[in-house]
Design a protein around this ligand. Structure first.
Ligand code: 13P
Length: 253
């Protein structure tokens, strides 16, 4: 079923105690209130996953995710973290293909397709990020870029696996810049993504896929973005580091 989701991506921010404090505040604020979302996810650094997953226990609307994982099942990969490890500490989601990983760690669509397989094979759900750079948009290549990212990163999946995937459209030029895509710009791409999914997997699966928007989403612009027909929530960077802002975005539905 298509779900309304707000996910926070803390990136490489917050020390352990700060993270625990903010997450506890989020739980307290979200607890018992009936918001229009099905799930709030916090994607924290690996070293906090276990503690946050423990805090999230028993809170049906709050889950925890990682921000990356290695593509191999296990083995001699010093310093890396596997999907199985992430699962074993109680996390349920993994962000894959964030533009910062594509840019700074040279993650290709081909590598990401392998990471997607390993994540799904370990009963985790990928939050799969796609999005164009400013140069690509100005060159009017954004649709083509998105199409390639979908085809090469995700569309090898069989139906039963694809239905576990959450997609996040994050235009690179909007990330951390304070320059958000307009609701119309975001909706245009989200509708395109859904159409691509429909062409590959059929209308029913396309309609059931959650597609989140990310890039300078904040408590002020969230409601307008989330009111668009094909925007099912947000992937939030900077504003997820403040519990009040994050919860206000959750409430924007
Ligand atoms: P900002 O919300 O800080 O722009 O970051 C978005 C993002 O990259 C979430 O993954």
């Amino acid at each position: 079923m298509r779900q309304k989701i707000v996910a926070g991506n803390w990136k490489m921010n917050l020390e352990y105690n700060e993270g625990l404090y903010i997450f506890s505040e989020v739980i307290n604020m979200v607890n018992d209130e009936v918001f229009g979302i099905q799930t709030a996810i916090v994607c924290c650094p690996y070293t906090y996953l276990h503690s946050l997953a423990q805090l999230a226990k028993g809170h049906s609307k709050i889950s925890v995710g990682a921000q990356n994982c290695h593509q191999a099942e296990a083995g001699a990969f010093t310093g890396e973290i596997s999907a199985k490890m992430i699962r074993s500490v109680g996390a349920e989601y993994v962000i894959l293909g964030h533009s910062e990983r594509r840019q700074y760690f040279n993650e290709s669509n081909e590598l990401l397709s392998k990471k997607t397989d390993i994540v799904l094979g370990n009963s985790l759900k990928p939050v799969f990020c796609i999005g164009e750079t400013l140069e690509e948009r100005e060159g009017n290549r954004h649709f083509e870029v998105i199409k390639t990212q979908l085809n090469e990163g995700l569309f090898h999946l069989e139906n039963s696996h694809f239905t576990q995937v959450i997609i996040a459209y994050e235009p690179v030029w909007a990330i951390g810049t304070g320059k958000t895509a307009s609701a119309a710009q975001a909706q245009e791409i989200h509708a395109f993504i859904r159409q691509e999914i429909a062409s590959k997997y059929g209308r029913e699966i396309a309609d059931a896929t959650s597609i989140l928007y990310g890039g300078s989403c904040n408590p002020k612009n969230a409601a307008e973005l989330f009111s668009q027909a094909d925007i099912d929530g947000g992937l939030i960077g900077g504003a997820s580091l403040k519990s009040r802002d994050f919860v206000d975005i959750i409430k924007a539905f």
